[in-house]
Design a protein around this ligand. Structure first.
Ligand code: NAD
Length: 264
């Protein structure tokens, strides 16, 4: 059976990688490409893919009504993603969301919108290596209590810190006995110690040349432990996106995090 997919944000960096992945998977078919850039252009031609033309359309709701896909994959941006999710759920279509910036209150809202019990996977990071990095860090927190997170991304990323850094902090904090602060710190330059989430300091670096990277550093008496993951290109996320689309048939309601789809 072929799974018919609409990609929203199809002309963005991640959306283009998803369109390419769909063209390589025999039982996936792209039936719609929604974006706000290059409307009316052929996304397959833009990517140099030898596929039937697929015109970029502007309006998600209209596209869904016209093509009635099995699944929508969303890689838009944190400003519009909630509106996108609502539109998809209003049309009772299953959904895979990779766009970051979705908070816990947002998740509660999405659960509330999903009265028809569509299947939804939301994952701030689809790279399997990143899931392992988070899992190892959570494990390490059972034994080492001092930890900070450094995340590094390309300079076009809109949100900071990354969704992965927030999720890592939440996972680590479940296993952490946060020690008392040892000295009364003075932050001479505001932000120098990063931001705090669940009492864990997170530092965000934005530079051209980077894709998506994160290092979790634990400190102990006379030792440090660094757990590091690098996404070198956007193909690193595609096996995870493919897995999420395939797992939709097995889940119920909203699942947050790729870790909940694989047996770690
Ligand atoms: P991008 O800016 O290159 O692409 C976003 C695309 O969405 C653009 O083409 C833009 O025109 C389009 N867009 C904006 N508003 C829209 C709307 N209302 N309807 C349809 N399209 C719209 O960004 P990117 O680097 O591709 O990243 C997209 C999102 O994915 C970001 O939130 C990023 O943090 C996230 N991301 C997630 C993962 C993951 O594994 N989950 C990995 C990398 C990036």
């Amino acid at each position: 059976m072929v799974t018919e997919i609409v990609v929203s944000g199809a002309n963005g960096r991640m959306g283009q990688a998803v369109v390419e992945m769909i063209s390589e998977v025999d039982d996936f078919e792209l039936v719609g490409a929604v974006d706000r850039e290059d409307i009316g252009e052929d996304i397959h031609q833009i990517l140099g893919l030898d596929e039937e033309p697929m015109e970029i359309t502007e309006d998600l709701a209209t596209t869904l009504e016209q093509v009635k896909p099995d699944v929508v994959v969303d890689f838009t941006n944190p400003q519009v993603v909630m509106e996108q999710i609502k539109t998809v759920l209003d049309h009772q279509i299953d959904l895979v969301v990779g766009t970051t910036g979705i908070t816990e209150p947002d998740l509660a809202k999405i659960e509330g919108w999903n009265q028809k019990q569509n299947k939804v996977v939301i994952a701030p990071n689809f790279a399997i290596g990143a899931i392992l990095m988070m899992n190892f860090a959570q494990k390490a927190a059972e034994f080492m209590d001092d930890v900070e997170i450094i995340e590094l991304h390309h300079d076009n990323k809109l949100d900071a810190p990354s969704g992965t850094a927030i999720k890592t902090a939440e996972l680590i904090s479940q296993n952490l006995d946060k020690p008392e602060q040892k000295v009364a710190e003075v932050e001479e330059l505001e932000g120098a110690r990063g931001g705090e989430h669940d009492d864990i300091n997170i530092h965000s670096v934005r530079l051209p040349g980077l894709v998506a990277h994160q290092e979790v550093i634990f400190g102990g008496e006379g030792q440090t432990l660094s757990i590091k993951h690098d996404s070198i290109n956007r193909k690193s996320f595609m096996p995870g996106v493919e897995l999420a689309i395939r797992k939709l048939s097995e889940i119920e309601g909203v699942v947050y995090g790729l870790d909940n789809l694989i047996d770690l």
